[in-house]
Design a protein around this ligand. Structure first.
Ligand code: AMP
Length: 724
């Protein structure tokens, strides 16, 4: 199925007395296993039987005795046969069990050492829960031990297969696959640099523009360009690579949390809307693509990965029905649930909010054993109805727990066997840690992986560590990774191709403590592409660096997957403030804050207004604006001006609440500056922060609020890209 060539390397390696696993650097995991088996069957060296990993010498064919000699010898020794037998027994017993016990042990150890090179110690991460896990842990060991060699091989593979693409030919690579030539000739790029190629592919050009393998679909990133989601090209085999990374997560988790095969995971997973590009390619988020793939739908049963959510509920496109069904199934199986999660922390909090809003309906369904008519999707109805039997006791428990005013510890009260929360709380999601702690009574939060639409990067080898300690180990088989040093050149945001090219550092060469921007070259045709994530090296596992996620470059506000940068906010404020003109008022200063105290969170924009009519006081101006609900219209105008991910979160997902403008009294921003200067800011260099989260500053701003206004309606949003 896969055009991947790595397994073929395995056979000669075994002939040299090294396991295929260790020598082949099989970059896609499972195909390597298939290759391993083929090798066992087909490449057996003459004169040796292969038993497991240890070779047992067999009798050489040339030493066959002739029948005549054997007959004469038998006649000669027959009278002494009992004596000879006794002697043999004594010798065997003595040599095996009394004289050389150490020698036997040493021989076995030597056999193992020739099979598994000492530097890839499979038990280093800890004792695996089972043989399948052991194989995955060995894979992690191999990849991280040989990080640099794997990277070299990945780059050579990518460049060889894409040698004839328009993109690589443009830079005159001429089929060369070494790092030095690649780095010298191919520029470091951003999405905007690739936009014309991407647009051609989207419009239906099927020639090998970026990738020799056909682009199978576009993955729509939550990162935006000109207000629209970025379109990331992908190829079919990338699904295997993503699946491989997923397959490593449980073996690592099982090292820390035993018994996860004795219960289930309550995960709130969703698909989102998808569209087609003018050329007919699907465009959808990476997780939607994964959940709709056979990799997910037809996954084999794995006792460590049993979900309470039926696949039909996960695949239901209607967000309400999907959530309702997943929550109901989670409630019905409450005693089986050992872990509760969603992809990001914001997703899990949305589920809690859903329970707050709908527990009465859910408990009614459970009491009656009948599903609400609101669930109309036939496949969802079918799977949920099968599970749903009248259970008045459970219905009562849900009602009792949810009707208490206090929701502290609701997760552990409803799902008492939960051992940990499985959610990403690094990066922008860190703002949700206190809320999750409140709802779960301090359950550990496991951040298991680091990934994006462009490529899945790596995993956390210590998933039960404190969120502040989370480091991700980038798996060197996923793509070719380079790192642009960040911070030592001002804000690190300048994009000067010549200089960037010279500066990039390879995965194995990054330095502990330094910050870098991630740059990737993928199998799907992104070459030296700047992801926009800033990472800090926290250490190494074997030869593979581990990274703390520092932040996403340029992101000012984020509630869920939305990412609003400073220029988008500026544009939105300008658009909205135009509505003030007829009232002789304008915005003199503004700042913003992502308010996540309530679920869903929402953007708060602080405005200081100036009345142009000197005779009118600020209060009078605000009064006139209030009469005509101008400020509310400004809120909506701001929302309309924000990017499509923000608007989708507002409209389709309901994961962001209405935008709020808080008008502060005149002089507030001067006070803000005074406060900053009192804390050591330079008066010459002071700039109004366009986003604030420091509690004393928020307190100052909130204490000066004159009026607060919310967006009265949903902004416009359509799944179709405005550019198409
Ligand atoms: P998307 O392009 O929508 O797939 O979003 C990918 C981005 O989400 C990454 O580039 C990161 O900025 C962010 N992200 C993904 N995983 C993590 C993580 N484990 N911790 C922090 N941020 C993450």
């Amino acid at each position: 199925m896969l055009p991947h060539k790595a397994p073929a390397l395995g056979c000669p390696a075994r002939r040299r007395g090294v396991t295929v696993a260790s020598a082949s650097l099989g970059l896609l995991g499972s195909p390597r296993v298939r290759g391993d088996r083929r090798c066992r069957a087909g490449a057996r060296p003459t004169g040796a039987r292969v038993s497991g990993d240890v070779r047992i010498p067999t009798r050489p064919r040339g030493l066959r005795c002739r029948a005549m000699d054997l007959h004469a010898l038998t006649r000669l020794v027959r009278p002494f046969r009992f004596l000879i037998l006794l002697l043999c027994c004594l010798i065997i017993h003595h040599s095996c069990f009394q004289i050389h016990p150490q020698c036997w042990k040493r021989r076995v150890k030597m056999a193992v050492e020739t099979v598994v090179p000492a530097k890839a110690n499979p038990a280093k991460l800890g004792p695996a829960a089972n043989e399948k896990d052991a194989e995955k842990l060995r894979f992690i060991e191999e990849m991280t031990t040989n990080a640099d060699a794997v990277q070299e091989k990945v780059l050579a593979e990518i460049l060889a297969r894409n040698a004839e693409t328009e993109y690589l030919r443009r830079y005159g690579l001429g089929g060369v696959t070494d790092r030095a030539t690649f780095k010298a000739k191919v520029p470091v790029v951003t999405y905007e640099d690739l936009q014309s190629e991407i647009q051609r592919i989207a419009n239906g050009d099927r020639s090998a523009i970026l990738s020799a393998h056909p682009i199978s679909e576009f993955l729509t990133s939550s990162g935006t360009s000109a207000g629209e989601r970025k379109l990331m090209p992908t190829i079919k085999e990338e699904l295997d690579r993503r699946q491989l990374l997923y397959s490593l997560l449980m073996p690592v988790m099982n090292l820390y949390v035993p018994g996860l095969d004795k219960g289930k995971g309550l995960y709130f997973l969703f698909v989102k809307s998808e569209t087609k590009t003018p050329g007919g390619l699907k465009a959808r988020p990476v997780l939607t693509s994964y959940y709709k793939s056979e990799h997910f739908k037809s996954r084999p049963y794995d006792p460590y990965n049993v979900y309470t959510s039926p696949t039909a509920a996960i695949l239901c496109a209607d967000a309400f029905q999907s959530m309702y069904a997943q929550m109901l199934c989670g409630l019905l199986q409450r005693h089986d649930v050992l872990r509760v999660g969603a992809v990001f922390a914001s997703g899990l909090l949305r589920a809690i909010r859903f329970l707050q809003l709908h527990w009465q309906e859910l408990s009614q369904d459970i009491a009656a054993g009948a599903l609400t008519v609101k669930i109309t999707d036939p496949s969802v109805r079918a799977v949920v109805s099968e599970l749903l039997k009248p259970d008045p006791e459970l219905a009562r428990l849900i009602a009792v727990e949810c009707s208490k005013g206090d929701w502290a510890g609701i997760i552990t009260r409803i799902w008492p066997n939960t051992k940990y929360l499985d959610v990403i709380v690094t990066g922008a999601m860190a703002q949700y840690i206190p809320t999750l702690e409140y709802y779960s009574e301090g359950l550990p939060m496991a951040c298991t992986m680091y990934a994006s639409s462009e490529c899945y990067f790596g995993l956390n080898l210590k998933p039960m560590c404190d969120p502040s300690e989370v480091s991700y180990t980038i798996m060197p088989n996923m793509a070719y990774f380079e790192f642009l040093p960040h911070g030592d050149c001002g804000d690190g945001q300048s994009h000067r191709p010549g200089r960037d090219k010279a500066q990039l550092v390879d995965l194995a060469d990054v330095e502990v403590g330094k910050e870098y921007e991630l740059v990737i070259t993928t199998y799907a045709g992104l070459n030296r592409y700047r992801v926009g994530d800033i990472l800090r090296v926290s250490g190494f596992y074997n030869a593979a660096p581990q990274f703390r996620f520092v932040r996403r470059k340029n992101v000012l506000l984020s509630i869920e997957s939305d990412k609003t940068d400073e220029s988008e906010l500026q544009k939105a404020v300008e658009t909205a403030s135009a509505l003030l003109r007829p009232y002789a008022a304008n915005v003199v200063e503004y700042t913003s804050h992502a308010d996540t105290k309530a679920i869903p969170g929402h953007y708060v924009i602080y405005w200081e207004l100036l009345a142009k009519d000197k005779s009118a006081s600020a209060a009078e101006a605000v009064g006139a604006l209030a009469r005509d609900e101008v400020m509310e219209r400004c809120c909506l105008a701001m929302e309309e001006a924000l990017n499509s991910v923000y608007r989708q979160s507002r409209v389709a997902d309901g994961s962001i609440g209405p935008l709020e403008i808080r008008v502060v009294r005149g002089g507030t921003f001067e006070e803000l500056m005074d406060y900053a200067i009192s804390r050591g800011a330079s008066i010459n260099q002071y700039k109004v922060p366009r986003c604030v989260s420091f509690p004393p500053i928020l307190e100052l701003l909130d204490s000066r609020v004159v009026s607060a206004h919310f967006s009265p309606a949903l902004p416009r949003w359509s799944p179709h890209r405005s550019g198409n």
